[in-house]
Design a protein around this ligand. Structure first.
Ligand code: OXD
Ligand code: MN
Length: 603
């Protein structure tokens, strides 16, 4: 049984026949085309409450908001089950899992056969990017998870407006998704059905996504990492633009000039907090303002101003809850105040939500597994990867251009990582190629570094390691190529909020004080201040870096946070080498050359 796609005239024949074929192959009981309306949201959230997947939160605390608890085996992206199935293995490259497309198609055919028995197949038309943007990508996700449907409504433009854009013959990215848990007649369902065996599969040449077995996050909300990063990165390479794992934000100076920047950090480096940064009080009084365009993904292309322009392809946040509080990130807290889906956080006795770092722990909670929790029980109340799905439009400092089809012009690109040693608080690349080298070699320390030693650094080029839909060496080559098409290149910077002294104490206060670093970046972009040249790039000197009003901070701390230590950089070069070797066959020569140049400058 199908509801009536005719209501979305004109009918797209090939889409309709793909839907029909898939519904048959998966054995779905019925097919529902989603229109993205409020009435549909109300119907599906009611259904999810009845089935036990959702708990409606106290409407006076969180209107129109819900809590879902996943199966404990389905709480995060599964990188080891994520595949890039290009025709040739070399095109997936050494950093992706590859399977031959023919063999993978056979496996998927078998896995999807009958996988939706006893369930409804939803047809979810979605658009990543503002509908009128030249870069907007339309996808259609078929899914047997109503949880996914309501999340997709927050995270993308979804429903009849997208079908209208598709018309009767528009292109779309087919995204096939099943939780892989068919129901036998009479079999009772569980709150979070899923399958032990998971496949998150991308066919970059034919631009398709197939996902089986998981209902969680990036495994299942296919517009996000699968389409907007893995498939989009392959499309962008062919079409001369860039799909990046970056936040986009704006900074307005007291004089009223606005500078937009993007930033790519590996996970757990505070990307969301930076995206939503509120200036320190003294800066606010002077008239500094910050705005947010996106917190996770940026699509960049040479725009009509001659600069790179950026859009955020998403319309919502799928943010990590633990650690988020009114103190650490008030904008995130306000964004999730209503119309929000929480997954795997704890439930308070008054029908609200709680997680580690939210506030003082209440005496009693129901934890993310549904068990009673008391503040002395020794267990985490929320899963460390628990999430909130919230509409980006609810963010108090959302940029007025966040849905502008032409995007916002970018003046700076920032890379960084969590580096207890070696990396100064901030430095600027000499030029684009050097900047690409900084992004390519960026990394984050995975273990606490012993005093004086460099710990294990996980290299994560442009924070794209798990998200590049093709060969990482070719991807870096594409970055270098892009230079030819951008008339007014952004400046490239590297930041590190996490450097420590020999006693393990942070050398920079971080949080909203990071705005001072952004101020230096903006003034450099505007050509207003000189930098100081060092072997690694341009750095600020004490006089041109504002520490006014920063209590207890002094020149000594600043100099230490900015210091260049030969022995640390020698270790850094050796450690970068492992990564260069891994990508040896496809690593662009210019980046090898950057490495040589750097060693020469050091000498
Ligand atoms: C995310 C991630 O969830 O990068 O955004 O893992
Ligand atoms: Mn991300």
């Amino acid at each position: 049984m199908q509801n009536h796609p005719e209501t979305f005239n004109p009918i797209h024949d090939s889409l309709a026949s793909w839907v029909e074929r898939m519904a048959q192959h998966c054995g779905a009981d019925q097919v529902q085309w989603c229109d993205g309306s409020q009435a549909e949201w109300d119907r599906l959230t009611d259904l999810l409450v009845q089935s036990g997947t959702f708990i409606r939160l106290n409407p006076t605390l969180h209107p129109n908001s819900f809590l879902a608890r996943s199966n404990p085996s389905d709480t995060a992206r599964v990188e080891d089950r994520t595949f890039v199935c290009s025709l040739r293995e070399v095109d997936a490259g050494p950093t992706n899992n590859w399977r031959s497309p023919d063999a993978m198609r056979e496996t998927l055919h078998e896995k999807f056969s009958g996988c939706m028995r006893g369930r409804t197949m939803y047809v979810v038309p979605f658009c990543m990017g503002p509908l009128e943007s030249p870069l907007a990508l339309v996808g259609v996700q078929l899914t047997d998870s109503p949880y996914v449907v309501v999340n997709m409504r927050i995270m993308s433009h979804m429903g009849s407006e997208v079908l209208k854009k598709l018309g009767s013959s528009g292109d779309y990215i087919p995204c096939m998704h099943s939780i892989g848990a068919p129901l036998a007649p009479g079999q009772a369902d569980v709150p979070w059905p899923c399958n032990e065996e998971k496949y998150i599969v991308h066919f970059p040449e034919s631009r398709e996504v197939w996902s089986f077995g998981s209902g969680y996050g990036g495994n299942a909300l296919l517009g996000k990492k699968c389409v907007a990063l893995r498939i989009a990165s392959a499309i962008a390479r062919d079409a001369g633009w860039m799909a990046e794992h970056m936040l986009i934000m704006g900074l307005e100076t007291p004089e009223g000039t606005k500078t937009y920047l993007t930033a790519a950090f590996p996970s757990a480096c505070g990307k969301t907090n930076l995206a939503m940064i509120v200036p320190p009080e003294s800066y606010r009084q002077l008239g500094w303002k910050t705005t947010l365009v996106g917190d996770d993904i940026a699509w960049l292309w040479p725009g009509k101003t001659g600069k790179l322009h950026a859009i955020n392809p998403e319309t919502g946040f799928f943010g990590v809850a633990p650690g988020t509080s009114w103190q650490s990130n008030a904008a995130a807290m306000q964004s999730m105040s209503q119309n929000t889906i929480f997954t795997n956080v704890a439930l308070t006795d008054d029908g609200g939500v709680w997680w580690e770092g939210h506030s003082e722990p209440p005496a009693h909670l129901i934890d993310w597994t549904g068990l009673d929790w008391t503040s002395n029980c020794g267990r985490l109340a929320a899963h460390p990867n628990s999430r909130f799905t919230a509409p980006a439009g609810q963010c108090p400092n959302i940029d007025s251009h966040w849905q502008d089809p032409d995007g916002v012009p970018i003046d700076a690109i920032v890379f960084g990582g969590r580096r207890p040693t070696t990396m100064p608080l901030v430095f600027q690349a000499f030029d684009w190629t050097h900047g690409v080298f900084l992004g390519a070699t960026q990394g984050s320390e995975t273990t606490a570094a012993a005093t004086g030693n460099v710990g294990t650094v996980r290299r994560d080029p442009m924070a794209m390691l798990p998200f590049c839909g093709y060969n990482m060496g070719d991807y870096l080559g594409h970055w270098l190529e892009m230079r030819k098409n951008i008339k007014r290149l952004p400046r490239i910077f590297h930041v590190n909020w996490f450097r420590k002294n020999s006693n393990g104490k942070f050398l920079w206060p971080g949080f909203r004080e990071n705005l001072r670093v952004l101020e230096w970046i903006v003034l450099r972009c505007q050509g207003k201040i000189a930098g100081h040249e060092t072997p690694i790039g341009w750095i600020p000197d004490w006089k041109s870096f504002s520490t006014e009003g920063l209590e207890g901070y002094n020149r000594e701390l600043f100099d230490e946070a900015m210091s260049f230590r030969n022995e640390e950089w020698l270790a850094e070069i050796t450690s970068q080498n492992d990564f260069f070797l891994k990508l040896y066959h496809s690593m662009p020569k210019e980046l090898m050359c950057q490495r040589e140049l750097f060693m020469a400058r050091m000498a």
